[in-house]
Design a protein. Structure first.
Length: 432
C-alpha cells in the first residue's frame, strides 16, 4: 500500500457538448474526420465508426453532475486498484473559454453548471481553473487597448466576478472547498497567439501575464501540437501554441515574467518528446550502447536542441515556478513510453544541466486529460489510463521492438517518482 498525503490530478476537463460552439467546431473539425468532436457531432456516420469514441460521447452527452460523479468514482477505483491510499484527493478541471472572443457566450453558463455540480463533492476536492482568452482584456472591437489601467481593471473585474482565490487563500488546500476557482487555463488554439509580434499587442498581452504573476495565480497552458482548434489551419494552430512563444515571453524583458507560475500542458506531447532525443530507428542509435560505467554517462550529441519538448525543458530547468504535466500521453504505446522515460534518464545523467539547476523529475505533474483520453478499446475509463501510467513508472513497458527503455539505475526509484508526479510537484505548483 502506498500512503500519500495528497493525490492530485492537475489536468482534466468537465465541460459538456453544451459548452462547445457547435457550428464553429463542425466547420473546423470536419477537416479531420477522426477528430473526436467531429465524430460526436455527426451521428449519421456508421455506428462502427463511432464505437471507438463511445465512452467519450457518453461523457459529453451527460450533465455536469453526472460527469463529476463518474470521474470521482473512476478515480477512486483507479487508486484502489493500484493500492494507493491518499488522505486527500484533489482534481483541477480546466475550463475552456469557448466565447470565441465575444462571438458567443458560453463561459458564464459553463462555470455556473460546473461549480454547482462540484459543490456537492466531499470525498474528492474539485478546484477548477478558469478559462481565459486574453483578447477579451486587451482588445476593444479588435483594436489594442493602450491604457494599462483599463486592461488591469478589466482583469480585476473578471477575476472578482468568478471569485478567483488569492495567494493567501490558496496556500492551505485544507481551507478550500469544492467549487473554489484557484487558477487560469489558457488555450491558444482557440484563436490567439500568446506571444504577439507587434509591439503594441505584445505590451497589452504582457499586462495580462503580469497580473497573473503579481497575483501568483497558477496558469496552465495547452502546449502540444495536437489540439482541438478553432484556428484557420494546422499551421496557425502550431504557430499559436508552440513552446517557442513561451521561451520568448520569458526571455524578452521588460517585463520580467520569469517568476510566472505556469504548467505547460502535455509537455509537448508524444511528438515533442520524440523530437528531444535522436532515436535508434532514425540513426541506428541505441541509447544503452552509450552507457559507460553505469548510468551516469550518455553522449551529448544525441540530444536534439531544436525540439518542442526540449524548449520546454529549457524553461523547466531554468525558472523556479515552471512545470509541465504529462496528460493525454499514450502510455500504451511502448516507444512513446520509453521515450518519455529516456528523457528523464538523460536529465538524471546530467544531459540538460547546461539549461538550469532544477531537476526535471521535480517539474513534471500527473494529469489525465479526462475525458479526452477515453477510448473504448485502449482507455475505456480512468482506471485503465492510470494503471498504464503506473506500469510505465514501474519500468513495465511491454511491446518494445526497435527501442529500449532505461533500467532502474538510470531513473529515480519508482515509488519516489510516482509520489513526485501525483503529490509533491502538483502541490508545489498549486499551493506553495
Amino acid at each position: 500500500m502506498i500512503q500519500l498525503d495528497y493525490f492530485i490530478d492537475s489536468h482534466c476537463h468537465l465541460f459538456t457538448i453544451a459548452d462547445v460552439p457547435l457550428m464553429e467546431t463542425i466547420r473546423h473539425a470536419k477537416k479531420d474526420l477522426q477528430h473526436p468532436l467531429f465524430m460526436l457531432l455527426m451521428p449519421m456516420l456508421p455506428f462502427m465508426s463511432l464505437e471507438k469514441y463511445k465512452p467519450f460521447i457518453n461523457f459529453f452527452e451527460s450533465e455536469p453532475e453526472q460527469n463529476v460523479k463518474r470521474l470521482c468514482r473512476e478515480l477512486k477505483a483507479a487508486l484502489k486498484t493500484q493500492q494507493i491510499e491518499p488522505d486527500n484527493i484533489i482534481i483541477t478541471p480546466l475550463i475552456m473559454d469557448f466565447d470565441m472572443n465575444g462571438k458567443v457566450t458560453k463561459l458564464d453558463g459553463q462555470i455556473t453548471r460546473l461549480v454547482e455540480a462540484v459543490k456537492k463533492q466531499t470525498a474528492v476536492k474539485i478546484l477548477p481553473f478558469l478559462g481565459i482568452d486574453p483578447r477579451k482584456f486587451v482588445y476593444d472591437t479588435n483594436k489594442p487597448v493602450f491604457d494599462k489601467d483599463t486592461i488591469r481593471a478589466k482583469i480585476d473585474a473578471f477575476l472578482s466576478r468568478y471569485n478567483m482565490k488569492s495567494r493567501d487563500e490558496r496556500t492551505n488546500p485544507q481551507n478550500l472547498k469544492s467549487g473554489d476557482i484557484i487558477g487560469v487555463k489558457l488555450y491558444p488554439p482557440l484563436g490567439f497567439k500568446v506571444y504577439q509580434t507587434a509591439e503594441v499587442d505584445r505590451a497589452a498581452f504582457n499586462i495580462v501575464y503580469e497580473e497573473f504573476l503579481l497575483r501568483d495565480i497558477p496558469v496552465t497552458v495547452h502546449c502540444q501540437e495536437d489540439s482541438f482548434a478553432l484556428t484557420e489551419n494546422h499551421t496557425e494552430t502550431v504557430l499559436f501554441t508552440r513552446a517557442d512563444n513561451w521561451v520568448k515571453i520569458f526571455s524578452v524583458k521588460p517585463p520580467d515574467l520569469s517568476g510566472l507560475r505556469i504548467n505547460f500542458g502535455h509537455f509537448g506531447g508524444e511528438k515533442g518528446v520524440a523530437s528531444t532525443i535522436k532515436w535508434k530507428e532514425e540513426i541506428g542509435y541505441d541509447p544503452t550502447s552509450c552507457m559507460e560505467d553505469g548510468p551516469n554517462y550518455i553522449v551529448d550529441q544525441r540530444v536534439n536542441k531544436g525540439g518542442w519538448t526540449y524548449k520546454l525543458i529549457s524553461l523547466l530547468k531554468k525558472h523556479p515556478n515552471t512545470y509541465a504535466d504529462i496528460s493525454a500521453y499514450d502510455f500504451k504505446n511502448a516507444q512513446d513510453a520509453a521515450r518519455l522515460m529516456w528523457v528523464l534518464a538523460f536529465d538524471r545523467a546530467g544531459k540538460f544541466n547546461d539549461l538550469g539547476q532544477h531537476n526535471l523529475e521535480d517539474k513534471l505533474l500527473w494529469g489525465s486529460d479526462y475525458p479526452m483520453i477515453l477510448d473504448q478499446k485502449k482507455y475505456p475509463n480512468y482506471s485503465y489510463y492510470f494503471s498504464s501510467f503506473v506500469k510505465v513508472i514501474n519500468g513495465d513497458i511491454e511491446g518494445l521492438e526497435n527501442h529500449t527503455s532505461p533500467d532502474s539505475r538510470q531513473l529515480p526509484p519508482a515509488n519516489e517518482l510516482l509520489k513526485k508526479l501525483v503529490w509533491y510537484n502538483p502541490k508545489k505548483f498549486l499551493f506553495e
